[in-house]
Design a protein around this ligand. Structure first.
Ligand code: ZN
Length: 71
């Protein structure tokens, strides 16, 4: 197996069924998850109206794991 060089979100808190900000249709899961410092950005795409929006979850008491930098 080859090792995939992808960013993976280390969180169990992936929101689901987030209502579309425009038409209210529940979206099963975010298209893209981008972990940041103390926060995670979720990109949602509504398949009913093609509206895209971003939601940010803040985790003030949780450190996001980062891979150590190679020396
Ligand atoms: Zn929509």
């Amino acid at each position: 197996m080859t090792k995939a060089n992808l960013v993976t979100a280390h969180t169990d808190d992936i929101p689901r069924d987030n209502p579309c900000a425009q038409c209210g249709t529940p979206i099963a899961q975010p298209d893209w998850i981008e972990p940041g410092e103390g926060r995670v950005s979720y990109l949602w795409t509504c398949h009913a109206c093609n509206y895209r929006f971003e939601a940010v979850a803040i985790f003030p008491h949780r450190a996001i794991e980062r891979p150590p930098l190679a020396a």
